[in-house]
Design a binder for this molecule. Structure first.
Ligand code: GDP
Ligand code: MG
Length: 395
């Protein structure tokens, strides 16, 4: 019998990955990630444990609900699997999410060297995973889209990944949970690949390497894997813990695996947000439509947006007149990890601007007045500091 990967075993036994890792921790088994392989005796032990649990009817965290149903649960109801003794593994530098809060879909950014296939890969995913639109509907570019997979929803940031991600991050907002680094199999690591890796590492988010263009005759997956070790990304089959998925954006080969790895990674990140909490969001991109006015794409991070809500961005506010989802459909409300296009701002916000909500117009004005005061004060202080500096330097 060949070795079994952790997530495959979990799937076969109908146990969720967290539960599986907790069992391995209990057994003192070492592993690097959910795609690490297990020795046969460990597999047998786990099978025995699960059988025992099921026999005694205490199978906490058992996860045999059909994927469809799971996906729905995820987006709609705050029900999460019964809490089990799970080894806490929050992303480095990030506080673990409060348990009991509903899970949310992962937000993924795709980065990599020019021409390595970022747009093509997104196009392929969008084409195959986004519900076909009604005739007559024009796909608006909203900078993000939701892919429906058998494992639930995945949100992709669709703007030229690199730039959007960097601008947004440079402005202090973190919008992506997972980075996909695309490397062309015929070109291997290039300067912007290194940059992309550095960005993902600076953001402290897990990354997955997609080796693209494997359909090309000159594709050399092994070379890319070897080269990856030079940027300290050691593929799993080289003994490291970097997930590497060979794909072709042209034929679609491997794309399903990539989506599966994204879901697995997200599951381990344990991403949660409170749809009933205070609203918080980030501007992904924004444009001015001659007829409609300002159309801003907002990523909902916490809470829920409703048509009619007052939003504050920087020193401006707006009332949401209309909202559409990433498929262009009109929606009335949007919860965490939902990209929405919002109509109602009078000024054009910038990518990375943080968005907050206010109870009413009066409250929105107050927030803005406070921000304006604060800015003026900072400016004054800056001026004073400059003056003192000049005095110190003398004439
Ligand atoms: P980006 O600059 O990273 O967004 O790269 P693009 O998606 O624009 O792709 C650059 C070029 O590579 C285009 O001519 C694509 O058709 C081609 N390309 C992208 N992915 C694949 C692939 O999987 N196989 C092949 N054969 N060509 C690809
Ligand atoms: Mg592109």
């Amino acid at each position: 019998m060949s070795k079994v990967r952790i997530y495959t075993l979990a799937k076969d036994l109908g146990v969720d990955n967290h539960r599986m890792l907790a069992m391995l921790d209990d057994l003192g088994v070492q592993y690097k990630s959910v795609s690490s392989t297990l020795e046969e005796d460990v597999v047998e032990t786990i099978k025995g444990l699960v059988a025992e649990e099921q026999a005694s009817g205490s199978g906490g965290g058992s996860d045999s609900a059909p994927a469809e149903q799971q996906a729905q649960t995820e987006s709609a109801a705050p029900s999460t699997p019964a809490p089990v003794a799970v080894a806490e593994r929050p992303a480095p530098g990030e506080a673990p999410a409060a348990p009991g809060m509903p899970t949310r879909a992962p937000v993924v950014t795709i980065m990599g060297h020019v021409d390595h296939g970022k747009t093509s890969l997104l196009d392929y995913i969008r084409k195959t995973k986004v519900a076909a639109k009604e005739a007559g509907g024009i796909t608006q570019h909203v900078g993000a889209f939701e892919a429906k997979t058998s494992k639930g929803k995945i949100v992709f940031i669709d703007t030229p990944g690199h730039e959007a991600f960097t601008t947004i991050r440079a402005r202090g907002a973190n919008v992506a949970d997972i980075a996909i680094i695309v490397v062309a199999a015929d070109d291997s690591i290039m300067p912007q690949t290194r940059e992309a890796v550095a960005h993902a590492q600076a953001a402290n988010i897990p990354l997955i390497v997609a080796i693209n263009k494997i359909d090309l005759p000159q594709a050399d997956v092994e070379r890319v894997k070897t080269d990856l070790t030079q940027v300290n990304l050691v593929p799993e089959d080289y003994g490291g813990d970097t997930v590497v998925v060979p794909v072709s954006a042209k034929t679609g080969e491997g794309v399903e695996d990539l989506l599966e790895y994204i879901s697995l990674t997200a599951e381990l990140e344990d991403l949660r947000a409170d749809p009933k909490g205070e609203f918080a969001g980030v501007i992904i991109e924004s444009k001015v439509d001659k007829q409609a006015g300002v159309l801003a794409t907002v990523m909902v991070q916490e809470g829920t947006l409703h048509v009619g809500d007052f939003l504050v961005v920087g020193e401006n506010y707006g009332k949401i007149k209309a909202m559409s989802g990433s498929d262009g459909e009109r929606i009335k409300e949007a919860g965490p990890s939902t990209p929405v296009q919002v109509l109602g701002f009078s000024e054009n916000p910038s990518s990375g601007d943080k968005v907050a909500s206010a109870k009413n117009e009066h409250a929105a004005r107050e927030v803005i007045a406070a921000r304006v005061d604060k800015r003026r004060e900072d400016e004054e202080q800056g001026k004073r500091r400059k003056m003192t500096l000049e005095e110190m330097m003398g004439p």
